[in-house]
Write a protein that binds this ligand. Structure first.
Ligand code: TPP
Length: 371
């Protein structure tokens, strides 16, 4: 294993001191260490991974220094456009170090949404013509190699990070002022739903908690589309479903996911039918991958949604408020509910035991029958 602080210090000793990216559970300790030791202009958690590539590019253009962009391999998709049309050697040729968490590495057990991404991670870099190095204990040599490569070739390079390689950095327990947990909020949302309402929930622990709540309530899962991957796209999936069906579709999003592709919220009110219901669980963090902050508490999400064209936006901080506003959401107009929750989840939280394909199949059967 690698001492996380020593790894960070070695990057700094090479003047690799400008960090940007979206956090990942495999990079949890590294992200905590960067946060603990860098100031906020030198560690920028971006809305999505493409933003981070562009940010590191601008920083390089202005300073001549090299940025470090961290991401989960799920984020490569968001990064491809600026990697190929901005940083690529056939365009502006911009050097930077990519630090990429390798979920779904072949041979390592992982969740369904990571399997294909894990398999194609290396081939994706190969086909983009991006050199890569797999990180191991000999990190000084690996960083030296990357540094030499980017400075000599003016190109990005990827440092691929396997599961469990970074040692535990001191566990910084983030807190906020809210009192209800995400799971409690989800439980009361589900209590308020009618039997023929459908929900689409975001990636991470939200969907895992919903799965377990349904198990506890001895209810089936076929009304819930548990979006296991595709971060930031939950609202678009729900919008598509609300157009394709006359059922009420409740989208349950997270603040990190909302911010990742917020542009879609300018589109939703232009086209959404009254059966699209939006609920955002705002804990101000990417809680599922280690609790790294989002700007969820720095921006006025309620006003933002109103300015995009939502008719009513409610803010709930207690279970009583969640229940009250859930009944308002049933009214036939475009409305949203933003629920503010504390951080944290149960230690023993499980994972859905039905496959995504099975989940989709059951849901489609049900929707078809009810049309
Ligand atoms: C494109 C992409 N980037 C990063 C990730 C890793 N990831 C999974 S869940 C998550 C955090 C989601 O945060 P939020 O929507 O606020 O929900 P919370 O975890 O706080 O409930 C991240 C960054 C991912 N799955 N996909």
């Amino acid at each position: 294993m690698i001492d996380t602080k020593k790894f960070y210090d070695y990057l700094i000793s090479k003047q690799l001191d400008f960090f940007a990216g979206v956090p990942d559970s495999l990079l949890k300790n590294l992200c905590a260490c960067i946060k603990d030791n860098s100031d906020k202009t030198h560690n920028i958690i971006t809305a999505n991974e493409g933003n981070a590539i562009a940010l590191a590019s601008g920083y390089h253009i202005a300073s001549g220094n090299y940025g470090v962009v961290y991401m989960q391999n799920s984020g490569i998709g968001n990064a491809i456009n600026p990697l190929l049309s901005l940083a690529d050697e056939e365009v502006y040729s911009i050097p930077m170090l990519l630090v990429v968490g390798w979920r779904g590495e072949p041979g390592v057990k992982d969740e369904p949404q990571h399997i294909k991404q894990g398999k194609v991670t290396i081939p994706l870099f190969e086909s983009m013509g991006i050199e890569y190095v797999i990180l191991d204990e000999d990190y000084e040599n690996k960083i030296d190699y990357c540094y030499k490569y980017i400075s000599e070739n003016n190109k990005p390079i990827a440092l691929i990070v396997r599961k469990g390689i970074f040692e535990e950095y001191k566990d910084i327990k983030e807190t906020n002022k809210y009192t209800i947990s995400r799971e409690e909020a989800l439980e009361s949302i589900i209590e308020c739903l009618n039997k023929d309402d459908f929900l689409v929930s975001t990636t991470g622990k939200t969907s895992r908690e919903i799965f377990e709540i349904r198990e506890r309530r001895k209810e089936k899962h076929s009304n819930d589309f548990l979006t296991v991957g595709s971060m930031g796209h939950t609202s678009s999936i729900a919008l598509g479903m609300s157009i394709g069906s006359n059922k009420d579709i409740y989208c349950i999003d997270g603040d990190g996911s909302f911010i990742m592709h917020m542009g879609m919220f300018a589109i939703i009110p232009q086209v959404a039918n009254k059966n699209f219901k939006y609920i955002l669980i705002n804990n101000g963090a990417h809680e599922s991958v280690g609790g790294q902050a989002t700007v969820g508490f720095n921006i006025d999400i309620e006003k933002t949604l109103l300015s995009f064209g939502f008719k009513n936006v409610y803010k709930a901080t207690t279970i009583e408020e969640v229940k009250e506003y859930m009944s308002n959401l049933k009214e036939e107009k475009l409305q949203a509910l933003v629920i503010y929750t504390k951080l944290g989840a149960r230690e023993n939280l499980g994972r859905p035991t039905i496959s995504p394909k099975e989940n989709k199949k059951e849901m489609m059967k049900l929707l078809k029958k009810d049309v």
